[in-house]
Design a protein around this ligand. Structure first.
Ligand code: SAM
Length: 229
């Protein structure tokens, strides 16, 4: 998908992927995993989560109750609307990535920072390490031709201490032209070759509804992977 596709979605408010509630895997699956990790609790250090291709997802509000949140998003409308819909006034500042020289607009309020710009030009060196990376409707939003580049770039943010929480979507791709794009377990394993990939949960979307869209597909299933180095 070209940048112009996503800019057009935001301009036309064509946001079928945007959830009107918090993803259930957060409280069901992430919460227990967080409490099983004690070292940050002992040091008192606030944990950090990176949300690539974050849109204006309210999952970041849930995440901000537990972490410092850094979202990366192409659309300025998404970043503005995320705060505006919560009646929070934020004045963005301009920053430049020290490695790639790319320009980003930074929107920050309390422990949420949104970086508006091209995620592929955001370098891991620009940011402190993350404990978690949260991918919901990010890798599956990209066509097959872009998924490896995205996974490789995402990998640069995965340290020995961080975990990628990745929610994939499975359906017969021939029944629907994306986005979203179907990703099966073998695809995830191939994209993250050399990493530990564990599928820890799955659920059928019985009414075939994904956020605000209902698809005419034979089945629709979400799977949750924890990916580590
Ligand atoms: C399918 S939406 C999902 C948004 C969010 N993850 C959610 O759950 O609502 C994909 C988002 O990725 C953004 N995006 C696409 N390409 C991007 C890029 N290269 N850098 C940053 N954001 C990008 C789009 O603007 C769009 O908001």
């Amino acid at each position: 998908m070209k940048a112009s596709f996503w800019h057009a979605c935001w301009e036309k408010n064509s946001l079928g992927f945007h959830q009107t509630s918090i993803h259930p895997f957060l409280s069901q699956q992430l919460l227990p995993l967080m409490s099983s990790k004690t070292d940050e609790c002992q040091t008192g250090k606030q944990q950090r989560v990176l949300v690539p291709l974050c849109g204006k997802s309210d999952d970041m509000v849930w995440l901000a109750e537990h972490f410092d949140v850094v979202g990366a998003e192409l659309s300025d409308i998404a970043c503005r609307d995320f705060f505006r819909e919560k009646s929070i006034e934020v004045t963005p500042t301009q920053i430049s990535d020290t490695q790639t020289q790319a320009a980003f607009k930074q929107y920050s309020f309390e422990n949420i920072t949104l970086l508006q710009g091209d995620f592929f030009k955001l370098s891991a060196e620009q940011l402190s390490d993350f404990d978690w990376i949260y991918d919901r409707a990010a890798i599956i939003a990209l066509p097959k031709t872009m998924q490896q580049a995205y996974a490789d770039h995402l990998a640069t943010f995965i340290t020995q201490h961080s975990r990628l929480f990745l929610i994939s979507l499975e359906f017969p791709q021939e029944e629907l032209s994306g986005p979203p794009f179907s990703l099966f377990e073998q695809d995830i394993n191939r994209l993250f070759t050399g990493f530990n990939v564990k599928c820890i949960a799955e659920h059928e979307l019985a009414d075939k509804t994904f956020a605000q869209r209902t698809f005419k597909v034979s089945y629709l299933r979400e799977k949750l992977y924890i990916i580590t180095r």
